[in-house]
Design a protein around this ligand. Structure first.
Ligand code: UDP
Length: 417
């Protein structure tokens, strides 16, 4: 394996995750691409140019290039408008490859269905296997929507079905997602491979909680509940705000010490902006308790996880939930919704707690059981670090490369049969 083309049409690996369309997929691509490059593989990531200032090619890390493909106006195009630009994007990708000798790439790996559509053509044109990671599946998402959320359009469902049929390998984060691909998308089981995502164990490490709190301007004795991620209905930060209000109703003595930290920026349709969450907190009489931080990167994000007593992941759907792993790697237990990949990311009763449904009552009880019982919280915190260490981007990269090699062998057999 010498060269890999990675397709990431709708969001760039150079963007800060935690707002807009940038999230776990961006982290996944950066982490696996840089690790492939360290093993001597050249990685080229194609993404849509969203500003005239962007150079045609940028270096993300040694051995990892980001190619900015011009497809439609630079600014002002929403994700829902991108299907109309797929032809232009594909033309840009094919032109870039045509400048090289034939057989430049060994494999094309597409992320999200929009890229899958582009990869489908690249596969045909370059005669290389297409490996596809969906990141989220519309049929699963639509079955688990928040009441205020908009369903994904039929166009996406059909597009995902086509990619599931055309790709040589489909990468699922968990066994559950593999089953969904097979049952809901009629994917050939032989093509589906389960590759758990990882966590950056160098960046996300346990640390001094007091120092982290002081860096964030929090009292040493604060009771800190954190939400980290894109602020959108599907991620349900409002569930944490409601649960915090309920928690204070049961334990009013926490009033002066409770802090709900919401870290991230607005995203998606029917946006749950910080302003809306502020309004909700005010209606519930806890406006003074809720604090907002813009998306954080690097060490600052690790400090947020370390400062928290509990990190909440109340999503309606989550194909995995990297935030849950990162928090645990920092020694913070997670209370998560029992949906999608979260039961894999969090070991119920061992490294955190899983909650069924999104009612404030059960969420408040789960949070209360951790914030009011220090010994229990510390036991889960210790287990959380061990659980997170079972995941690593090195292992994810190993599995992806094994999948690429298998896909290439099968592809060659088929082509030369
Ligand atoms: N993230 C970040 N800064 C923030 C909020 C989130 O870098 O302020 C990152 C976070 O570290 C995680 C990713 O965004 O790696 C979110 O991934 P996750 O799987 O939790 O959710 P997704 O965005 O894929 O739905």
């Amino acid at each position: 394996m010498k060269r890999v083309a990675v397709l990431s049409v709708h969001t760039s690996p150079l963007e800060q995750p935690g707002t807009g369309d940038a999230g776990g997929m961006n982290v996944y691509i950066v982490q696996t691409a840089t690790r492939m490059a360290r093993r001597g593989i050249e990685v080229e990531i194609f993404t849509r140019a969203t500003s005239s200032e962007l150079p045609p090619v940028a270096e993300l890390a040694p051995g990892v290039k980001v190619r900015h493909v011009v497809a439609g106006p630079f600014e002002g195009l929403g994700k829902e408008e991108l299907p109309g630009q797929l032809c232009a994007f594909t033309a840009g990708v094919l032109r870039a490859e045509a400048r090289h000798e034939p057989g430049h790439y060994d494999v094309v790996h597409s992320h999200y269905w929009l890229s899958g559509q582009v990869g489908w053509l690249a596969r045909e044109r370059w005669a290389v296997p297409l490996v596809h990671t969906a990141h989220t599946l519309a049929k699963v998402k639509n079955a688990n929507l928040a009441s205020c959320d908009l369903p994904e359009p039929r166009m996406r469902l059909i597009g995902e079905e086509q990619v599931a049929a055309e790709a040589d390998r489909l990468v699922a984060n968990t066994e559950v997602e593999a089953e969904e691909l097979i049952k809901l998308y009629d994917a050939d089981p032989a093509k589906v491979m389960v590759v758990p995502p990882g966590v950056d164990l160098d960046r996300f490490t346990p640390g001094d909680r007091g120092a982290a709190r002081s860096a964030l301007g929090l009292r040493p004795d604060a009771v800190v509940l954190a939400f980290v991620g894109r602020i959108q209905p599907l991620k349900a930060p409002d569930v944490l705000v409601r649960a915090a209000a309920e928690l204070l109703f049961h334990a009013p003595r926490l009033r002066d010490r409770l802090v709900v930290m919401i870290v991230g920026g607005p995203s998606g349709s029917g946006v749950k902006t910080p302003a809306e969450l502020k309004r909700l907190a005010a209606e519930l009489g806890i406006a003074d308790v809720v604090r907002f931080l813009p998306p954080q990167g690097g060490e600052a994000l690790a400090e947020v996880y370390r400062a928290a007593d509990v990190v909440a992941v109340p999503s309606y759907n989550e194909s995995f939930g990297l935030v849950a792993l990162e928090a645990q790697a920092c020694g913070t237990p997670v209370v998560a919704a029992a949906v999608g990949g979260l039961p894999v990311a969090v070991r119920d009763g061992v490294s955190g707690l899983l909650v069924e449904g999104h009612e404030a009552g059960p969420w408040a009880r789960a949070l209360e059981s951790l914030v009011l019982h220090r010994a229990y919280r510390e036991e889960l915190a210790a287990n959380a670090v061990g659980h997170a260490r079972r995941f690593s981007w090195e292992r994810t990269t190993d599995s992806l490369l094994a999948g690429y090699a298998q896909a290439r062998d099968v592809f060659r057999e088929e082509v030369f049969a």
